[in-house]
Design a protein around this ligand. Structure first.
Ligand SMILES: [Zn+2]
Length: 254
């Protein structure tokens, strides 16, 4: 992984040589890594840490020396951020070599066999995937499995909640998408969008997401009244929300 070297091996010889170039005050650096400096019409400096990039965003005309001091002062914070990113990467499931896949709180056994057509079948013993080529088609076939399950379960759960609380007049339809940062979205026209990767989460978490989006049919914000309604729909929602905040990054197909 490319970003590993950023955190784990800051003193590699190749990096030391590049650090020499950066040791003047014309460029920013952190532990011998170069740091990108971006100026804009902002009032304060901010640090952004991504696996492949450390960036300082600063107001126009910020002296380089000041920006470097800012980086130095956040040494611990940067290390912690990179460590968190590293941990998150390590926790992602290796589906290509997995013998089980997470599905609505179950560890479903995964059986793969070679065939002349790609298809899946969910049976009592697990998920059977017939694939032309495992390396090439397993992930797309699993994605298809999760999407189809999402279509069935999220539609069913959403409609049940909508009917139970008499919100039929506000709900106009369901969409599924794989988004990077959002689990769900509710438009002002009453269309609810879900990230189908949520099917990898335990069922109570899925129920929380449905409650959250259905509550947006009434409140298009995250006000106290909104959360009150979520609680009415789903009394244990806080535990599920925490679970999603802490584990959401693991629900991924890569
Ligand atoms: Zn929301």
């Amino acid at each position: 992984m490319k970003h590993t070297s950023l955190f784990m091996t800051p003193s590699l010889p190749s990096m030391t040589s590049s650090a020499k170039k950066n040791s003047h005050f014309d460029k920013l650096s952190w532990r011998e890594q170069s740091v990108k400096l971006t100026f804009s019409r902002r009032k304060t400096m901010a640090l952004h840490v991504k696996p492949e990039l450390i960036e300082v965003r600063a107001p126009y005309r910020t002296p380089i020396k000041l920006a470097q001091t800012f980086v130095n002062e956040h040494d611990h914070w940067i290390r912690q951020k990179l460590f968190d990113i590293e941990q998150r990467q390590l926790q992602k499931p290796d589906l290509l070599n997995a013998r089980h896949i997470p599905f609505m709180g179950f560890n479903v056994a995964l059986h793969v066999e070679v065939a002349d057509k790609n298809q899946w079948q969910l049976v009592e013993q697990g998920l059977h995937c017939q694939l032309v080529n495992k390396n090439q088609y397993l992930l797309t076939t699993l994605a298809d499995f999760y999407k189809q399950q999402a279509q069935f379960w999220l539609d069913k759960k959403t409609r049940e909640l909508v009917i139970k609380f008499n919100l039929q007049h506000r709900y106009t339809g369901l969409k599924l998408r794989k988004t990077k940062t959002k689990w769900g979205h509710c438009s002002s026209e009453g269309v609810i969008q879900y990230n189908w990767l949520i099917m990898m989460a335990p069922e109570p978490v899925i129920d929380y997401l449905v409650a959250h989006e259905v509550a947006h049919l009434v409140h298009m914000n995250h006000s106290a009244q909104f959360w009150q309604l979520v609680e009415e729909f789903n009394p244990t929602y806080k535990a599920q929300r925490n679970w999603l905040n802490e584990n959401g990054h693991r629900l991924t197909i890569e």
